[in-house]
Every structure is written in structure tokens, then in C-alpha cells.
Design a protein around this ligand. Structure first.
Ligand code: B12
Length: 198
């Protein structure tokens, strides 16, 4: 509430160093963000806290990603849905993948579907993770477009609370949390490495 960015950043950096990305996201960042969201919903205030906190979280996760840049081809494509500005969970996934030694490409916020399909066709990722935080950005046609791409990825993940399970196209997987998204990405990377060795 004091808007003390230095203290926030120090707390996040300390927790990341002590426990790693998944524990920091689940034990510190996610509860604080959810709490800010609840207070905002109840009071219509705290927008300045939400913005400052988001920036501190983003900076800390970027620093964590840069601290361990994985080698090897980037086989995982991370993207927000069209008009989706909530990037932090995807940034947490990027940092957790870096920590697990998995290379990725991050397209970030508000990716129009044509640009997403273009990126898939140009880079041929093994897995695509499409983040939607609210119903407003969860048009399943975006997932169908990825599945119909000429270089169809092995795995398409609909991540985030925006997606409705009953509207997802067949073949799309919905991870429930950060740990599951990381496990699925690691499994795809490992199965590709294995098939290359065979
Ligand atoms: C930070 C924040 C912002 C920041 C985002 C900054 C950034 N770079 O990401 C900014 C200020 C940009 C923002 C903008 C807006 N926001 Co906002 N925002 C939030 C806030 C506080 C946290 C978002 C977040 O990172 N959540 C992560 C965690 C905390 O979410 P969670 O629900 O606990 O996570 C669940 C799952 O996602 C899953 N999970 C968690 N982490 C992970 C990770 C992976 C990889 C996976 C697979 C799953 C997973 O487990 C959880 C349990 O189900 C939320 C509150 C909230 N509860 O999310 C509001 C919230 C999402 N925002 C909201 C709104 C309304 C908006 C705006 C429309 C406001 C406006 N009028 O402009 C815009 C939307 C713009 C857009 N088109 O996208 C509402 C959405 C209401 C709704 N359901 O439609 C919320 C819920 C706040 C509220 N209570 O009113 N926002």
C-alpha cells in the first residue's frame, strides 16, 4: 500500500532466490495479485498499487528468465490472446521454463490471431501456450486457427481462467496451474529430444 517499489522488488528477488519461480508464484505473487484484484473489485481503488506491483513482478520475472537463458532451439511459443493485457502468469511460465532449462519464444500481450499463426508457421513450435485471463479475450477460434496451421504444433495449451472448458476445440489441453504448464512443456521437449536420438 506504501507503493514502495524497492521493498517489493527486494522481497520478490529474495523469495525467487530462496525458492525458485513456481514456489514464488504460488506462495507470494499469485496470492498478492489475487488480493489486489479482490480489493479493487470491492472498492474500485488500488489501481496505482496494481500497476506498480505488476511492474515489479514483471521486472523480477524477466530478471529470473535472463539469469538462466536455456540453450537449444526454442520449441515452446508463449502468447497472450488477442487484446489480452494480463501477461504476468505467462511471464511466470517463461521464467519457470528458463529455470527448467527449456527454451521458449515469448510474444507477450495482445497478439492478433493472424500474427500468432504467422509466428507458428515461421518457427514451427512443438507447443503453443495461449493465455486468456478473461472471457472477453477467450475466443476459441484462436485455438482452432493454431490447430489448422500448416505446421500444427504437437501440443496446444489453453491457459488461464478466461477459457471455458466446454468451448475448447478437440485436441486442446487446459493446464490448471503453473506447475502443470511447465510439466507439459518439459514433456514435449523431452519427447522431441528422444525422437531425435532414435
Ligand atoms: C495485474 C492485473 C492487471 C494488470 C495486468 C498487468 C500485466 N502485465 O499482466 C493491468 C493493469 C494491465 C490489468 C488490466 C485490466 N484488468 Co486486470 N487484473 C490484474 C490482477 C490484479 C492480477 C492478474 C494476474 O496476474 N493474475 C494471476 C493470478 C493471481 O490469477 P488467478 O485467478 O489466481 O489464477 C488462476 C488461474 O489462472 C491459474 N493460474 C495461475 N497462474 C497460472 C499460470 C499458468 C501458466 C497457468 C496455466 C495457470 C495459472 O490458477 C489460478 C486458480 O484458478 C487481476 C486479479 C486476478 N485475480 O487475477 C485483475 C483482473 C483480472 N483484471 C480485471 C479487469 C476488469 C481488467 C481490465 C478490463 C480493467 C480495465 N477496465 O481496463 C483490464 C483488462 C485489459 C485487457 N483487455 O486485458 C478483472 C477481470 C474481471 C473479469 N473476470 O472479467 C480482475 C479479475 C480484477 C477484478 N477483480 O475486477 N489488470
Amino acid at each position: 500500500m506504501r507503493l514502495d517499489a524497492a521493498a517489493i522488488s527486494e522481497t520478490i528477488a529474495h523469495t525467487l532466490a530462496a525458492g525458485g519461480v513456481i514456489a514464488t508464484w504460488e506462495g507470494l505473487l499469485r496470492p498478492v495479485l489475487a488480493g489486489i484484484g479482490e480489493r479493487h473489485a470491492a472498492t474500485a481503488g488500488l489501481i496505482e498499487v496494481e500497476h506498480l506491483m505488476s511492474r515489479c513482478v514483471s521486472e523480477a520475472l524477466t530478471a529470473a528468465s535472463r539469469a538462466k537463458v536455456p540453450t537449444g532451439p526454442a520449441r515452446i511459443l508463449l502468447s497472450c490472446a488477442d487484446e489480452e493485457q494480463h501477461t504476468l502468469p505467462l511471464e511466470a511460465l517463461a521464467a519457470a521454463l528458463a529455470e527448467a532449462g527449456v527454451s521458449y519464444r515469448m510474444l507477450g500481450a495482445r497478439v492478433p490471431v493472424a500474427a500468432l499463426v504467422e509466428a507458428v508457421n515461421r518457427t514451427g513450435p512443438a507447443a503453443v501456450v495461449l493465455w486468456s485471463h478473461t472471457r472477453a479475450t477467450a475466443d476459441p477460434a484462436q485455438l482452432s486457427a493454431v490447430l489448422a496451421a500448416p505446421r500444427r504444433p504437437l501440443l496446444v495449451l489453453a491457459a488461464g481462467p478466461g477459457w471455458r472448458a466446454d468451448t475448447l476445440p478437440a485436441g486442446v489441453v487446459r493446464p490448471v496451474d503453473l506447475a502443470e504448464a511447465v510439466s507439459l512443456a518439459v514433456a514435449v521437449r523431452d519427447s522431441l529430444d528422444q525422437s531425435r536420438r532414435d
